[in-house]
Structure formats: structure tokens, C-alpha cells
Design a protein around this ligand. Structure first.
Ligand code: RET
Length: 254
């Protein structure tokens, strides 16, 4: 059961990553934001595919008492969750100090979550770490929401309203998916054990796939709807134009 889900994630992540790479190469990019988007949507599932491969082959876990701790998960998350947050840094043109704050809080969240996975269950120390990690998670959420509000108030970009709407939709998706992690952690093998290793691996694999590949697809579609407002009315010409622009590469939007 555990292995099947780990291998499912390997295949799903590798396929997703390859898909985003092919899309980026075929579509090109018209500005720095699309260039970032192409790199991030490709890189995030690639890192996950590698981490899941290491977990599936039994190279990224160890046994602690009667539990198996998948350290590969935390290594994956500590690289991929900051990369996922970078999408919003780029989309909302956040300042460098805010970007560093976001990544800093996010890495603290994962590192303290890992400390909890190593904690002594007989003393329930894991719940102390869960609380610390969740505090860092709340900081990430607060920063994201406050930056969206600041962008709404302060941006003078021509398409600011549409961009803010897309960013908000993606933020809701991200938050809806990310809150699953602390819950699974609490009821899984790292917490009270209500969820056994098989179910825990299954839920993480499915949510990981949606949070990485599904999120990348939603983001790509959202950004497409932004760059070409005419495309939303179904004008085939604009789609052809987009392809041509991509083939020429690097054509900037006016
Ligand atoms: C942990 C530990 C317990 C408390 C909290 C956690 C949060 C984890 C999150 C992970 C997100 C992972 C993603 C992966 C790939 O796409 C570390 C489970 C708050 C939010 C999005």
C-alpha cells in the first residue's frame, strides 16, 4: 500500500514536471513573470519526483521506535514550498525583504515539523513542535494575505485588478490544500496514529500531487487568462497569436 502510493507519486510528479517543461518550451515566455512561472511549475514537481523516488526505493526514511520517519518528505517540502511561494512573490511583485520573510517562515515551518517527527511520543513532545510549526504557517498565511491587500491598494499596473483576482483565487487554492498537511500530521503516524502508514502516505501523495501539479495547471491557466483578455471571449486568433509570439520567444507585452 505504502509503496504503491509512493510510486504513483513518482510517476505523477515526473509526468507533471515533463508536461510543464514541454509547455514552457513550446509556449515561450513574454515577460519575466512567465519565465519564472515556467521554471517554477517545472522545478517543483521535479524535486518532488526525486524525493518520492528516494522514498519509494527506501533511501529516504529511517525507523524510530515503532514508526517510519520519511525524512525525504521534509527535504522535499523545504525546497518545494518556498518555490511555490515564489509564484506569489513574482505575481504581486513583492519586495525582497517580504520574499525573504515568507521563505524564512516557511522553512521554519518545515524544519520544526521535522523536529516534531523526531520527537519522543511517550512525552507528547510532538504536539509542542506542531504548535511551533503551525505558528510559522500562520505567519506565512498572514504575509500572503497582507501582500495581496497591499498589491490591491498600491499597484498601478494596467492589469492590476485582474492580476489580484487571479492571485486571490490561487491563494485560496493554496491555503485549502496546505491546511491538510498539519491535520494529516496530527492524526497520522507523527501524531496520534489514527491514520496508519498506508492511509497517511496515500493522503500526502494525493494532496502533494494537487498542490504541485494541479496548482501549476491552475496557475498557468490563470496567468493565460490575464495576459490575453481577448482569449477569454474565445477568439481563436488570439490563441494563434500567442503561439506565434511564443515561437519568436521573449516578446514582451505592451
Ligand atoms: C507540518 C508539521 C505540522 C505543522 C505544519 C506543517 C505544515 C506543512 C505544510 C506543508 C506543505 C507542503 C506542500 C507540499 C507540496 O506541494 C510540516 C506538516 C503546519 C503546510 C504544499
Amino acid at each position: 500500500m505504502v509503496e504503491i502510493w509512493l510510486w504513483t507519486a513518482v510517476v505523477g510528479m515526473a509526468t507533471g514536471s515533463a508536461g510543464f517543461l514541454i509547455y514552457a518550451l513550446a509556449h515561450g515566455h513574454r515577460d519575466d513573470r512567465e519565465e519564472w512561472q515556467g521554471f517554477l511549475t517545472f522545478a517543483v514537481p521535479l524535486v518532488a519526483a526525486i524525493a518520492y523516488l528516494a522514498m519509494a526505493t527506501g533511501q529516504a526514511d529511517f525507523t524510530l521506535g515503532d514508526r517510519t520517519v520519511y525524512w525525504g518528505r521534509y527535504l522535499d517540502w523545504s525546497i518545494t514550498t518556498p518555490l511555490l511561494l515564489l509564484h506569489f512573490v513574482v505575481m504581486l511583485r513583492m519586495r525582497a525583504i517580504i520574499a525573504v520573510g515568507l521563505v524564512f517562515s516557511d522553512v521554519l515551518m518545515i524544519v520544526t515539523g521535522f523536529a516534531g517527527a523526531l520527537a519522543d511520543h511517550s512525552h507528547h513532545i510532538q504536539y509542542l513542535w506542531w504548535t511551533v510549526s503551525t505558528g510559522a504557517f500562520l505567519a506565512v498565511i498572514a504575509l500572503l494575505l497582507s501582500q495581496l491587500a497591499a498589491y490591491r491598494r498600491g499597484s498601478d499596473e494596467p492589469d492590476a485588478a485582474g492580476r489580484a483576482r487571479v492571485a486571490q483565487r490561487l491563494m485560496v487554492m493554496l491555503l485549502g490544500l496546505w491546511v491538510v498537511y498539519p491535520i494529516v500530521w496530527l492524526v497520522g503516524t507523527t501524531g496520534n496514529g489514527a491514520l496508519g502508514p498506508g492511509a497517511e502516505t496515500a493522503v500526502y501523495a494525493v494532496v502533494d500531487l494537487i498542490a504541485k501539479v494541479g496548482f501549476g495547471i491552475a496557475l498557468t491557466l490563470g496567468v493565460l487568462s490575464l495576459s490575453h483578455p481577448a482569449g477569454r471571449t474565445g477568439a481563436g486568433v488570439s490563441r494563434r497569436g500567442r503561439r506565434d509570439a511564443g515561437a519568436r520567444g521573449g516578446l514582451r507585452r505592451a
